[in-house]
Structure formats: C-alpha cells, structure tokens
Design a protein around this ligand. Structure first.
Ligand SMILES: O=C(O)CCC(=O)C(=O)O
Ligand SMILES: [Fe+2]
Length: 344
C-alpha cells in the first residue's frame, strides 16, 4: 500500500519525452510530436483502384478532399508558387497598374468574395482567364521577357490544372453512376470544349494580429469544382456540422479539391458544397493558387435527370454560371437559397 502520493508515479511508463518539456521558447512552429490533429478531409491517391468510391464518399461527407498522384508536376507547382510570391512582392504601386476594373473579372485586387462581408479581408488576389497578356504588359511594360515568362507559366499551369479537373470530374460522375455522356457540355464529341475557368493567385500577408483578421471569410465557391494548391503553409479550414472548423493540413505535393455550388446543384444536393475559409498568421506570408472551373457560361445547370425521380425531386431550378456569379456578388452565401425549389 502506498502511504503517500509521493509514490504514485513509481513504476508507471516514463520515457524521456514524457518527463522533459520541450524548450518551447526556442520554437517557431509546432513539431509533429506536439500536433493535435483532428479528423480532416481525406487524402486520396488518384491511382488507387478504389479512388472513385473514395471520392464519392468524400464529396458527400466533406465536399473536399486532397489528391496525390494527380499528374501535375511538382516542379510546375513549385515554379507557380515562387512566381506567386514574386508577383505579390512587387511594390504596391506596380501591382495597382493591373488593378481589376469594377466591371472586370481579371487583374489584381481584393478577393472576389469581399462583397459578402461587412469587414474587409487580410488578403490580395490576382485573377486570370487564359493567358494574362494584357495584365503582364501593364505590370512590366519595359520587360517583354518577363511578360513572356509569366504568361507561359500561367498558361501551362491552367493546362495542367484543367487536365486534373477533368479527370476528377469524370471520377465524380462515375461515383454517381453516370458517365461523361450524361453531361453534354463536359467533353463534347463534336465541337470544342467551351468550359470556362479562372486561375486565381491568392496572397495572405503576415498579419500582426491574426486573431483579429480573416484571410478569406467563410464562403462556398460558385464553381463546379475548385482545384487548390496551398503549398506548405496552414490556413485553409473547412466547416463540418458538429465538428466546427477543421484545418486542412498541407500534405507535401497534394492538391485540394473543393466542391462548388454548381456541382452541388448538379448532384441534386448529394455532394456538399463545402463551406471554407482561410486564416492568416503572424510568421509566414501564405500564398495559394486556385483553378476555378465551371461550365460554358450560358449553359443551364440543374440537377441531372438521372439523379432525380418522384421520391427524389429536383431541389434547384436551372441557372447558368454567368447569372449565378452575379447573384453571388449581390446575395453572397444566400444566392443558392434563391434557387431552392421549396414547393416540393
Ligand atoms: O487560400 C486558400 O486556402 C483558400 C482559397 C479559396 O478558398 C478560394 O480561392 O476560393
Ligand atoms: Fe474558396
């Protein structure tokens, strides 16, 4: 019998790491040994024979997942990341030469979602559609070589991201028991593919008071899918009922896929259009880049007929991407409610 609590620890497992605290003051980040990881969006190997099923499950539960073995070269991702850092390190007055016009969609400015919130965001954004030739000439008027390097890289990035997006889209359709033929505009047998996409470079500068600011506020993407490379810096979080905000841990080389509102509509609500946000931090300038993929701008998107029946009627009325983007700018996160068919 122990007669005092002094002996209570005798013979209990007691390795060095369980006895000696870290020298916390010497650390600038949390080592893996001390990281308390919550359950988060799955990481899916695209070459896994089971990828289709895993993607279907992830889309229903999370509306987001990370992919590895995705076919986009690491070397390209690194180059785009470096170019993104280089772009945002330009002096403010230089970046303003490419300021997005009030009616335009491309160029430098605040994030597209800024109109949703009463407060402004701790971030800046540069958006492109195809080659950013016009903006490159505004940014580097006397450096044609610099313009070419920038444009070539951004075009290459969009080409690779598009290939990945189509591969993932196809797996998503298959997981719903559909084929590419069920979506006429996706990979048309005749004529060219008129799908549209934006490439957005995002920058979240170091913030002196991160707890008082927000990089990107809670939002759902207007897209069909968003393909995001977040490099190695934490910040992205997804919202899950009951669990709250969950970090999406950067996995070296992995790419994040988010389900947007249009995919949620197309799947008749089966796929979760994930609510997400980006936090800022005190020590690292965070950059990310997002390939925002959607249908041809006039194409009407509605729940796919094969996914609806008398017991499972369509939940949303048809909308095209162009009008939906406008509605999102005006109504923010409530734009989707306006399309909900409440009479069923
Ligand atoms: O930077 C991130 O991690 C998130 C970016 C994002 O949500 C967006 O561009 O829509
Ligand atoms: Fe987003």
């Amino acid at each position: 019998m122990m007669n005092s609590i002094t002996n209570s620890y005798k013979n209990t497992p007691n390795s060095l790491v369980h006895r000696v605290p870290l020298d916390f003051n010497s650390l600038v980040s949390v080592p893996d040994s001390h990281e308390w990881v919550a359950e988060s969006v799955p990481v899916i190997d695209l070459c896994d024979p089971n990828a289709k099923t895993l993607i279907g499950e992830a889309c229903e539960k999370w509306g987001a997942f990370q992919v590895t073995n995705h076919g986009v070269s690491m070397e390209l991702l690194n180059r785009v990341e470096l170019e993104t850092i280089r772009f945002f390190s330009l002096p403010a007055n230089r970046k303003l030469c490419a300021l997005r016009s009030p009616e335009g969609i491309t160029g430098y400015g605040v994030p597209r979602t800024s109109t949703y919130y009463p407060k402004l965001l701790w971030s800046e954004c540069f958006t492109m559609m195809g080659s950013p030739t016009h903006h490159a000439a505004q940014l580097w008027p006397d450096q044609p070589h610099r313009q070419t390097t920038f444009c070539n890289l951004m075009e290459e990035c969009q080409k690779e991201m598009k290939a990945l997006t189509e591969r993932v889209m196809e797996l998503m359709l298959e997981s719903l028991g559909l084929t590419v033929d069920d979506l006429k505009w996706f990979k048309p047998k005749t004529g060219s593919n008129k799908t549209q996409a934006l490439l957005a470079l995002n920058s979240y500068p170091i913030c002196p008071e991160p707890e008082r600011a927000m990089g990107l506020g809670p939002h759902r993407d207007t897209s069909m899918l968003t393909v995001l490379y977040q490099s190695s810096c934490r910040g992205l979080q997804v919202f899950q009922d009951e669990m709250g905000w969950i970090p999406v841990q950067p996995v070296p080389g992995a790419i994040v896929i988010n389900i947007g509102d249009l995919m949620h509509i197309l799947s008749n609500g089966r796929f979760n259009n994930v609510l997400h946000r980006a936090m800022v931090n005190k020590t690292r300038h965070r950059v990310s880049f997002a390939y925002i993929y959607g249908p041809p701008s006039d194409e009407l998107i509605s729940p796919l007929p094969k996914l609806t029946n008398d017991n499972n009627p369509p939940l949303y009325s048809p909308v095209n991407w162009k009008d939906y983007i406008y509605s999102k700018q005006v109504h923010g996160n409530n734009a989707l409610h306006a399309l909900h068919l409440t009479n069923h």
